[in-house]
Design a protein around this ligand. Sequence first.
Ligand SMILES: *Cc1c(COP(=O)(O)O)cnc(C)c1O
Length: 420
Amino acid sequence: MIVHSTRGASSASLSEAIAQGLAPDGGLYMPPQLPPRAIDWGPDLRTRATNLLAPYFADDALSAHVPAIVAEAFNFDAPLRWLDERTALLELFHGPTAAFKDFGARFLAATLARLVPAGATTTVLVATSGDTGAAVASAFHGRPGFRVVILYPEGRVSPRQAHQLGAFGDNVQACRVAGTFDDCQAMVKTALGNRDLVQRHRLTSANSISLGRLLPQMAYYAHAALACAKAERALPSFIVPTGNLGNAFACLLARERGLPIGRVMLATNANRALVALAATGRYEPSKTIATLANAMDVGAPSNAERLLARFPNVQRVIDADWADDEAIREAIRRAHAEHGLAICPHTACGMEVLRRRRERGDTDTWVVAATAHAAKFDTVVEPIIGAPVPVPEPLARLLASPSHSMPMSADAAALMRLLG
Ligand SMILES: *Cc1c(COP(=O)(O)O)cnc(C)c1O
């Protein structure tokens, strides 16, 4: 399949687009619009992922590798946890770094590993608001031919996230930037826009702008929607806690492919550019506000460009609402009191947005994407629920390793000096 940039001046095969990250014209590669599929999607997450993703790789250098790539990426499950007859959490945090980003990062790593020439080193650059960096680091850690450089905003990720980012070592370098996530993202964009640098270091990005991360995220929405259909539940709608709009965009793509998905609703924190976009159709990036749901602290969500390119009538395609820090705390407290569950602050945004719909009498079936495990945000969650959150095994292992990061000022020149 040939993919085209949102800015119209670049095209590439899907594997070329994945290798490049950002398109040379500065735009984002768009997944081709495929017709809905009417036939059987298969019985399990991996088969469904393969059936969903294979058409994008048609006529591609990697077309024969899709099942193997999927097997590497989807080696843990995405179960639904029903809270009542009409409400479920889609648990996306059972991977090695306890957030949904493991799916996309592992797919990207498995893809790139089959694309890079032997003997050369590819540098994967990643700006992270918390969870991306760890997922990407974990996915590439110890892979020959790769170096990973992570930029994260110092003091704006949770202590455990920061520890996790610095705990890999070897081919993974973590840099704590004196700035915001948007600064980190801008630094990465600048580096990737420098042709000489890109060629010298075989630079690529692992942010959610990469189709190698975006596309596989469709699979768990397909999986959840088909599980609802099989159990003869009503058509599920999805609430997706949203920052850069990668995860929710994948849900829209899954619906476009004919999966039985009702509405798609964004839940943001106090960074509300997407809430305004869904209401007015106008996209106005704003300054980042720091919140308890830090992986969603994004003032200028990069996938907004994709959303507008694919769905010019955006108001009719998505709904959106948001939760401030007080509402996040209350949603965490409520989930524990009512369901005995520890939820992370991002998932809490989704739960709060749903609570308001229910309060207004909504009786539809809603699935809230649970984007991270609460144990990553213990300093927020534990004081609210007054109980310790058990740490999943892979996360516990990382937290027990020593951690090292390097300080960096918030300008692209500092990043270029590090790259050498
Ligand atoms: C990254 C992240 C989000 C936001 O996902 P986007 O794809 O950027 O919208 C939400 N929750 C958690 C836990 C995350 O790590």
